[in-house]
Ligand binder design. Structure first.
Ligand SMILES: *Cc1c(COP(=O)(O)O)cnc(C)c1O
Ligand code: SF4
Length: 368
């Protein structure tokens, strides 16, 4: 039995000739780009394009700028933190588990261009190895199932993975990172959701970059997931010509809340080869953060992070709200630019501060 979403996938735009014809591009250029990084667009997502070069178009239609220099292949040095091919273990208590090398459509700005679309990197044996790695590492209490897009797997394969992970006693929470509600909302079926809800606590992070992506179809998919008790977060990439505008970004964050998705991260675009035309300055991100905090619901304000080149992990970047901090006072600026002074606690109280221990990590952490 073939479901609606599988038919959508089969009918996706992927042949260079087909893409060139549909968008009026040079076939040879599309072929050259497709050899470097796969091109594919679901009919549903292609249907959201209103004009050539609009924010939907830019995310998935190949551009000659992808052939330009600048950027590196593995900017986050994920390969260095990869003990087995399907695992990235960078943080103390959680891992990224890559279970699929394909996506419903391919984002032209993808950070994992080097891996995504390459079947040799992620396969059933690599998945077994990943599960074994997690089983043998009792410090892993949070597994982020990622890829590619994990929901490209059929329900049975996905359930095998969730089931295997749930049998590991030290794995407390499961997360899935997926762009399906955006690219192929038909993938979120009642059957999928009924399966997912047997593996709680399960969190899902989705990926929307523009308010036009939140269609009635996407809303239906997200509501199904939320009704199954799955907390939904969103990750957005700050992209030139897509959402590098405070008004567009605020509208996106507000619209996400109406479909029960909590904005989680806005990422500064990574320094990836072939994506230079998408990058903005960091100041643009700060300007956007300034336009959110205070001006709209705190729930609509995510963290703005830079995934540090070289494998430093995600580092939050904040507008400068603390202007001065001394033993006596903290000088603060509010969202409207007004200055306020908070008197510090006395030194005496400071000295009586206790050191708390955190037995789980076995290290003494001085909590402020
Ligand atoms: C983003 C990421 C995580 C998860 O980070 P959170 O801040 O906990 O959401 C874990 N591992 C890697 C390698 C990541 O890039
Ligand atoms: S959905 Fe995610 S993994 Fe797939 S191409 Fe887009 S950014 Fe890359």
């Amino acid at each position: 039995m073939s479901e609606d979403w599988q038919q959508q996938l089969r009918g996706s735009l992927r042949q260079p000739e087909q893409i060139a014809l549909r968008f009026g591009l040079n076939v040879e250029m599309v072929r050259r780009i497709a050899r470097i990084f796969r091109v594919q667009i679901t009919p549903y997502y292609a249907g959201l394009i209103k004009a050539k070069g609009d924010p939907i178009y830019r995310q998935v239609v190949p551009d000659v700028a992808e052939l330009s220099d600048g950027g590196v292949l593995d900017p986050l040095a994920e390969d260095e933190d990869s003990p087995v091919p399907s695992i990235v273990h960078r943080y103390p208590d959680r891992v990224l588990f890559l279970v699929s090398h394909c996506c419903a459509s391919y984002c032209r700005f993808c950070t994992r261009k080097r891996k995504v679309g390459d079947a040799s990197k992620i396969n059933p044996r690599a998945i077994e190895e990943g599960i074994n790695y997690i089983r043998n590492h009792p410090e892993v209490r949070d597994v982020i199932i990622s890829g590619g897009d994990p929901l490209m797997l059929g329900d049975r394969k996905l359930e095998f993975i969730l089931h295997s992970l749930r049998e590991i006693p030290h794995v407390e929470i499961l997360r899935i990172g997926t762009r399906m509600p955006c690219f192929l909302p038909q993938r979120i079926t009642r059957r999928l959701v009924n399966m997912l809800k047997r593996y709680h606590p399960l969190y899902i992070n989705v990926h929307f970059n523009h308010p036009d992506e939140i269609t009635p179809e996407a809303a239906r998919a997200l509501n199904l997931l939320a009704d199954a008790g799955i907390p939904l977060g969103n990750q957005t990439v700050l992209l030139r010509g897509v959402n590098d505008d405070p008004y567009v970004m605020r509208h996106l964050m507000q619209k996400l809340l109406t479909v029960r998705v909590r904005p989680y991260y806005i990422y500064q675009a990574d320094y990836v080869k072939g994506t230079e035309h998408f990058r903005t300055t960091v100041e643009k991100g700060l300007e956007i953060m300034e336009s959110l905090r205070g001006w709209t619901s705190g729930l609509a304000v995510p963290y703005f992070v830079i995934d540090a080149p070289g494998g430093g992990g995600k580092i939050p970047v904040l507008p400068k709200y603390v202007q001065e901090i001394t033993a006596e006072k903290v000088v603060l600026r509010n969202y409207q630019g007004e200055i306020f002074v908070y008197p510090q606690a006395s030194e005496k109280k400071e000295k009586s501060r206790v050191e708390l221990t955190c037995p789980d990590i076995g290290a003494n952490l001085p909590f402020p």
